[in-house]
Design a protein around this ligand. Sequence first.
Ligand SMILES: C[S@@+](CC[C@H](N)C(=O)[O-])C[C@H]1O[C@@H](n2cnc3c(N)ncnc32)[C@H](O)[C@@H]1O
Length: 289
Amino acid sequence: MVSSANSLLEERRARQRPVIGSSKTYVLGESDAEAERLRVLDEVYGKTSRALLQRVGLRTGWRCADLGCGPGHIALWLAEQVGATGHVTGVDRAELFVNLARSSAHQRGFHHAHFTEADAIAPPLTDATFDLVYSRCLLSHLPDPLLVLRRMTALAKPRGAIVVEDIDCGGGFAQPESPARMRHLEMYQAIVRRHGGDPLLGRKLPRLFRAAGLTEIHIEIVTPVEPVAAVKRLYPLTLARLKPALLKAGLATDAEVDALIADLHALADDSSKTVSSCPLVQVSARRPA
Ligand SMILES: C[S@@+](CC[C@H](N)C(=O)[O-])C[C@H]1O[C@@H](n2cnc3c(N)ncnc32)[C@H](O)[C@@H]1O
């Protein structure tokens, strides 16, 4: 009994050991508030993510992996699409998100969806066994995105699909432009870089796909615009989640961040202003045969 408890403890410690090439921490944190922000993020981009996956040919019986799956919005949808003859594995380093995804899968009776707490750089998955290897908004938080893309490629079966969607914070607009949105994006870029990520990763994805040796590369860029109300709400929600990291890094003061969050909420409430999200670059390809 004691030895099985010890081995569980040892397993958990092993999962928490830093993985070479990985980031130290996820800059937006691991909390219920971040889980809620990820729900809103899915409201903004989810429709286009699902359309992309359908274009790639997703069908019943497919085996899929979602790296950095968060609370599992896309992984659970994949489970619905592939049905009980298929299989979905979601991987995330955050225990809270993995538990949320597991309990949603349980509630929905998805016995073919499994969620694992692990680093995306070294997921405990078998090479060449997946029809689809997917990731959304993970690579921009990692210091070596090509390493993870190569890992994703290795997981796919020959001719299997690799799909990555990631943000490019250099775009988007408000009309008329909002100084609060611009300042928020400056802060976002600075803090993501401090944590070893790349807030402009989106534009670099096609080059990374070529470097990983992938074929049949397709690229799309989506920039959802309100009236999807969540587009405007995502800005203050994101800044609120970044606040602890910004303060710790000395990139802003408490008062400055709070004032900016209030301005971003005011922007969201102002129906005279048109606001877009940051562009999401969507890249799909195949592992060579
Ligand atoms: C922006 S969220 C995206 C979540 C989900 N893919 C979505 O689109 O809703 C990034 C996710 O990556 C996870 N993450 C960050 N670094 C990771 C790593 N090295 N390995 C695995 N997951 C990681 C975070 O815990 C978080 O859930």
